[in-house]
Design a protein around this ligand. Sequence first.
Ligand code: ATP
Ligand code: MG
Length: 364
Amino acid sequence: MAEVELDSVSKIYPKNVKAVDNVSLTASDGEFLVLVGPSGCGKTTTLRMIAGLEEITSGSLRIGGKLANDMEPKDRDVAMVFQNYALYPHMKAFDNMAFGLRARKTPESEVKTRVLEVAEKLGLDELLDRKPGALSGGQRQRVAFGRAIARRPAVFLMDEPLSNLDARLRVTMRRELALLHRELGTTTIYVTHDQVEAMTLGDRVCVMNEGLIRQVGTPKEVYDHPVDRFVGEFIGSPSMNFLEGEKTEEAGDACFAMGDCTLPLSEELKNIPAGKTILGARPEDFSLATGNVKDSQYGLLEGMLEMLEDVGEARLLHVRVANSLLVAKVTERPEVEIGSKVSLTVDSERCHLFDPETGKNLSV
Ligand SMILES: Nc1ncnc2c1ncn2[C@@H]1O[C@H](COP(=O)(O)OP(=O)(O)OP(=O)(O)O)[C@@H](O)[C@H]1O
Ligand SMILES: [Mg+2]
């Protein structure tokens, strides 16, 4: 097992495409670190540099404490799992899984023991004689995982390994991956643009955008305390709501004013200067207002219900308030019709204020 350390690593492709910009990041020994971010933000490039499939333009990479910038891929003791499985189509599942071991001149008896052991772990025992063409997508991906695991590398690098699978299989494989990691304890760097995968699998999550790291933290830290608007919006589904308004004061209390609505803010946000600001609140932080607060405007967001989506365990209310459209996730079944007025309250303790210019979270 090994620690992977990137220190001020950049990658500039020809024609001056800066794919990765001064990234410093450490996956500690045994950690499951997830890189997440929108398409083109540099996730694959980062992983390929660690694997040795892409040259590092500047900065240093250490694997297990050793400088690895110029190390041959085969000497890095890392195994990569790709989105498209990258299996050899003419080889049986067994030989695909044995490939890395044989390439390293492992004795054939040892190859057999290890492949069979991994095949059992992954439920592939019955399929070892089949070629990839005769396997389902999920089975192929298992073989690809098996090939990586059989080698017992110090580090797993996984690039969206589940994204070609259907939604149900993805959930199953996600659970299996989590269990495997618990059992093997191998340092894993896992790329996804699926924020649910990021939140559920990662010991820590690294959110990237445009080649830059925006935030690194535990899933809870990143979800509850996004450092900026980008992270707040990217992590969580449906997205965080952003409402334009003003930070004001009412009878000594910090408030957020938007159109005719005024919301109380938590004590924590009191010292933020008055003026234009953006309030961030997650869908689940809203509730439908009940009878006893109806008399007062204060603390209520009044708007028009534009759409209602029933997602089974909750209802998503799309509500137009002043100039903004917000999404509230509530567990009750509101007796309101589309086009009619609804009143919402928001949990002031969970609200954030963002700088309208820089997008920085002023409350962290
Ligand atoms: N071989 C290459 N030559 C030039 N530019 C490249 C090359 N590979 C990637 N890029 C560019 O580098 C940037 C980062 O690409 P990368 O593949 O790392 O993104 P990603 O985060 O993995 O995206 P996705 O989620 O779509 O897989 C993009 O702007 C991409 O166009
Ligand atoms: Mg990619």
